[in-house]
Design a protein around this ligand. Structure first.
Ligand code: MCA
Ligand code: AMP
Length: 512
């Protein structure tokens, strides 16, 4: 059987990861993650406090080795969203650094300290902090290591859940996407082909580690190849200039907002131009990279940014192949093992490769998720037979290249590469005492792609809440990236005769 992380089994003094001052070789990572795996083996599921640190990488690798599904938590998650995720996924413990300050919502959960330098890890705290005895309950029989050898497609172990990643829908709270060892291995191996990704690659990025892009591609990807990852902690063009190219980094992964900021900075930053020019591969994903940013980067560096298209539920579906002609605006061809079709509104498969006929993208392949946690209804609704309905709409060029032109649900907003449901923000706004009615839309934004706009009818027209108060309220309940960036106050929301909200009429209502 093929191991999920062959380089971890072999162990070596080759660099595996670096987050600021924390750098681990494969041998050190195997030791730290192996020790932690032994402590959590047998736990049902574990939450991981997913800070952008080496601790998160060690914790997730440990969970994979121990065959314990991991739920990465956004460390900025607000109280309501956190309560939902914990209630839905019922983790047995939370893995976090001893120095991490965890919110009250996690107080009842046994806590397991992650030590990146641990041959043995820190033992269970017996200090009356609520951690006492926690490890003892979380830690089972210590049967670490099964999935180290169990990524082969089709085996029972490879179908076991590896990660549960929460993602927003149009309405209601986020759903837990169950990803198996098989899906992770299949998707990462398809990218090996598409990008000639090898053990010699050093990946640079600054993505958050509680989503697929930063965690699966950005951390598990390099580890599966036996290469290494350097995480910047927080995104900055200075960090990219330092680490990429002469700094040793060969690949850069980012969301379009990051490439937009890079494009803005290039004119005055020759070191950044050099770093990008010297990199082997620049990849953008999670949302569309505007053609204008593609062109600015190509003009300044001579390099083409490659786009790939993925989704939490499907991992990666398509990519512009390495070495192909520049195709700004295209997400390329289906990856190895991925079948992709376009369907009409009524589900009829479209045969056209004409660059014009628009249909919904459906995909199938070993890269797909297993289910939405506790949501058989939503899982069933997401599939048309074996085909997963992505909700993205696209055209296919005569040579098969896919161009995404939009998405079916207007109530899904992509801001900074984060998927955000309008409904969950509307519900959060309605919980504010000074809000009587609320609607949320996305507006084009040059930096974020889309910006969250709230349309609010205040309970008292004389004393409306401030925009900042409402942003803080949403950030506190859900997450800061879900906060409205613009708030409009209205006397009433536009509705039709049936009382249905007319979102398209909102701008008019502002002036009405
Ligand atoms: C601001 N902040 C607040 C508030 N306002 N905190 C609390 N309350 C408030 N009212 C804080 C933020 O937490 C943050 O803190 C800082 O202010 C700036 O926040 P923000 O403006 O939201 O950040 P930004 O600078 O605009 O971030 C841009 C970004 C970010 C870095 C590009 O959007 C990002 O990391 N995006 C990546 C999303 C991603 O990985 N998506 C993948 C999912 P501080 O400064 O301390 O941080 S898609 C996926 O996985 C699929 C599979 C795919 O295809 O990839
Ligand atoms: P998420 O559910 O957060 O994993 O986001 C997945 C969605 O991001 C997809 O359904 C697409 O709408 C969008 N997406 C990801 N990559 C790209 C891309 N390269 N171009 C356009 N949209 C993308």
């Amino acid at each position: 059987m093929s191991p999920l992380f062959p380089a971890l089994v072999a162990g070596s003094d080759r660099p595996a990861l670096r987050f600021g001052a924390d750098a681990l070789t494969y041998e050190e990572l195997a030791e730290a993650a192996g020790a932690l795996a032994a402590r959590i083996g047998g736990a049902g599921r574990v939450a991981v406090w997913a800070t952008p640190t080496a601790r998160t990488a060690v914790a997730v690798v440990a969970a994979l080795l121990a065959d314990v599904p991991a739920i990465p938590l956004n460390p900025r998650t607000g109280e309501r969203e956190l309560a939902h995720i914990l209630g839905d996924s019922a983790p047995a413990a939370v893995l976090a650094g001893a120095e991490d300050d965890l919110p009250a919502g996690l107080a009842d959960l046994p806590r397991v300290d992650v030590d990146v330098r641990a041959g043995g890890g820190t033992g269970p705290a017996e200090d009356g902090t609520g951690r006492a005895g926690a490890d003892a309950r979380a830690v089972g029989a210590g049967r670490a290591g099964r999935n180290l050898w169990a990524a082969e497609t089709g085996s029972a172990a490879s179908e076991a859940p590896a990660l549960i990643v929460y993602t927003s829908g149009t309405t209601g709270p986020p759903k837990g996407v169950v990803l198996s060892h098989r899906a992770i291995a299949a998707s990462l191996d398809a990218l090996e082909d598409a990008w000639a990704w090898t053990a010699d690659d050093v990946l640079v990025h600054a993505l958050p580690l509680f989503h697929v892009h930063g965690l699966v591609l950005g951390v598990l990807g390099p580890l599966r190849r036996g290469g290494s990852v350097r995480h910047l902690g927080a995104f900055s063009t200075a960090g990219v200039a330092r680490e990429l190219g002469a700094g040793g980094g060969t690949m850069l992964f980012g969301v379009p907002t990051m490439y937009h900021r890079i494009a803005d900075a290039l004119a005055d930053d020759p070191a950044l131009v050099r770093a990008l020019a010297e990199a082997r591969l620049l990849v953008s994903g999670s949302a569309a990279l505007p053609v204008h940013d593609h062109e600015r980067i190509a003009a300044a560096t001579g390099r083409t940014v490659i786009e790939r298209y993925g989704m939490t539920e499907t991992l990666m579906n398509t990519s512009v192949p390495l070495g192909s002609h520049p195709r700004p605006g295209s997400v390329g061809l289906p990856l190895r093992g991925v079948e992709l079709r376009l369907v009409e509104e009524d589900g009829t498969e479209m045969r056209a490769y004409d660059g014009e006929s628009v249909g919904e993208i459906q995909v199938k392949g070993p890269n797909l998720f297993s289910a939405y946690l506790n949501r058989p209804d939503a899982t069933a609704a997401a599939f048309d037979g074996d085909w997963f309905r992505t909700g993205d709409v696209a055209v296919r060029e005569p040579d098969g290249y896919v161009r995404i032109v939009g998405r079916k649900a207007t109530d899904l907003i992509k801001s900074g590469g984060y998927k955000i449901g309008a409904g969950e923000i509307e519900n959060a706004l309605l919980d504010h005492p000074a809000v009587q009615e609320a609607a949320v839309t996305g507006a084009p934004d040059p930096d974020l792609g889309e910006r969250i706009v709230a349309w609010v009818v205040p309970a008292d027209a004389e004393k409306p809440p401030t925009a900042e108060e409402l942003a803080d309220h949403v950030a506190g309940l859900l997450a800061p990236h879900k906060r409205p960036r613009t708030v409009h106050f209205l006397r009433a929301l536009p509705r039709n005769d049936m009382g249905k909200l007319l979102k398209k009429a909102l701008p008019e209502a502002l002036h009405g």
